[in-house]
Design a protein around this ligand. Structure first.
Ligand SMILES: *Cc1c(COP(=O)(O)O)cnc(C)c1O
Length: 329
C-alpha cells in the first residue's frame, strides 16, 4: 500500500468523534447504538465528501489544475464541500446544478456555494455530461486548467478517503476496546461504501456494512453492486493494494426510497426528530435522515440481535435542512 505517498490536500478534522447513543439505545430496547460523526469533518459544515476531496483536490493540485468543476442536485452536499475545498486550496470552482435558476433567496447548501465563491450554472440533468464537456472546453480556451470531479466524487481516488476512514474507526475501536457488529450509512454515488468495504478488508474489520440505498430502487440490485466493486477495485489499484472485491462483497439495503430522491416522507421526519430529541444529533433530510430511518425500521423488525452493537455512520448533510424547512415542521 502506498496511501501515505499519494497526493493529498488536508481539509478534514480527523479523527471524527465516535460516540455512544445511550438514551436512544435505551428507548429502542434493541442493540447498543453508536455514531461516527463524519458530519463533523470540519470543512464548511462538514460531511463525507470532505474525506474524498482530500485525495481528489490533492490530485488536482498535483496535475497543476486551477479550477474544479463538479455537478449535482441544487442542494448537493458534495458541491458545497467541493466549492469550499476549492476556496481553501485557492482554486476556482464551477458547479453544474440540476434545475432552473431559483426565484427565491438561496438557502441551505446553495447559499453556502455562493458564499465560498463558486460559479453556479443551472442545467437539465440529462445534459450534464455534455455541459461538463462544454464548460471544460470553454475554460481551456481561456487558458485555464480545469479538473473535473465526477458526481459525488465517487471514483478510486475519492474512495481512498474512506479506506482511511475505516482504518481510523478500527483504531478508535481498538483503543476503546469496543466491538461493532454492524455499520449503517447512506449510499448513493458509491464512493463511501466502496472505500469502507475495501478499507474493512484491508484493516481486518469483520462487522457487516449496510449501505442504505438513498436513490436505489430494486431494479438497481446487481448493477449498483457491480459499480461499487468497480470503484473499490479502481481504488485498490490506486493505493497499491492487492485486494480485489466482487459484487457479493457489498450489502445494499433496498426499499427505503419512499417518494424518491430528495423527497421527505414520514420515515425521514421521524428519524430526524428522534435523533434530535433523544441525542441532540442533527441529521439531514436527504441522506442521513433516510439511512437513520431505515436503521430504526430494521431495529423495529428485529434485524439486529439485542446483544449486538450497531454503528450509524453519520455522513453529514444538515445544511440542506434549512432548504427543507417546510417539509419538517
Ligand atoms: C453524498 C452523500 C452520501 C452518499 O455517499 P456516496 O459516497 O455518494 O454513496 C451520504 N450522505 C450524505 C450526507 C451525502 O452528502
Amino acid at each position: 500500500m502506498n496511501i501515505a505517498t499519494l497526493p493529498r490536500f488536508p481539509l478534514a478534522q480527523l479523527p471524527t468523534p465516535l460516540e455512544a447513543l445511550p438514551r436512544l439505545s435505551r428507548k429502542l430496547g434493541g442493540p447498543q447504538l453508536h455514531i461516527k460523526r463524519d458530519d463533523q469533518t470540519g470543512l464548511a459544515l462538514g460531511g463525507n465528501k470532505t474525506r474524498k476531496l482530500e485525495f481528489l483536490v490533492g490530485q488536482a493540485l498535483a496535475q497543476g489544475a486551477d479550477t474544479l468543476i463538479t455537478a449535482g442536485a441544487a442542494q448537493s452536499n458534495h458541491c458545497r464541500q467541493t466549492a469550499a475545498a476549492a476556496a481553501k486550496a485557492g482554486l476556482r470552482c464551477h458547479l453544474l446544478l440540476n434545475g432552473d435558476t431559483p426565484g427565491q433567496i438561496p438557502n441551505g447548501n446553495l447559499l453556502l456555494d455562493g458564499l465560498v465563491g463558486a460559479v453556479v450554472h443551472w442545467i437539465e440533468r440529462r445534459e450534464r455530461a455534455t455541459r461538463l464537456n462544454q464548460l471544460s472546453a470553454a475554460l481551456r480556451e481561456q487558458k485555464l486548467n480545469p479538473y473535473v470531479i465526477g458526481v459525488g466524487g465517487s471514483n478510486g481516488v475519492g474512495a481512498t478517503g474512506y479506506v482511511l476512514a475505516m482504518q481510523e474507526l478500527v483504531e478508535q475501536l481498538r483503543v476503546g476496546q469496543q466491538a461493532v457488529d454492524h455499520i449503517v450509512f447512506g449510499s448513493s454515488s458509491g464512493g463511501t461504501q466502496a472505500g469502507m468495504v475495501l478499507g474493512a478488508k484491508i484493516a481486518g474489520f469483520t462487522g457487516r456494512l449496510h449501505g442504505v440505498g438513498i436513490d436505489k430502487e430494486d431494479r438497481d440490485r446487481g448493477p449498483y453492486e457491480d459499480e461499487l466493486a468497480q470503484i473499490a477495485n479502481e481504488c485498490a489499484e490506486y493505493i497499491g493494494s492487492n485486494v480485489r472485491l466482487t459484487k457479493s462483497d457489498f450489502e445494499v439495503v433496498y426499499g427505503y426510497v419512499g417518494g424518491g430522491y430528495g423527497v421527505v416522507g414520514d420515515l425521514e421526519r421521524e428519524a430526524i426528530r428522534t435523533a434530535a430529541s433523544y441525542e441532540g444529533i442533527i441529521l439531514d433530510p436527504v441522506y442521513a435522515g433516510r439511512a437513520f430511518g431505515a436503521m430504526l425500521d430494521l431495529i423495529r423488525k428485529g434485524a439486529f440481535k439485542s446483544g449486538e452493537t450497531v454503528l450509524f455512520w453519520h455522513t453529514g448533510g444538515a445544511p440542506a435542512l434549512f432548504a427543507y424547512a417546510a417539509d419538517l415542521v
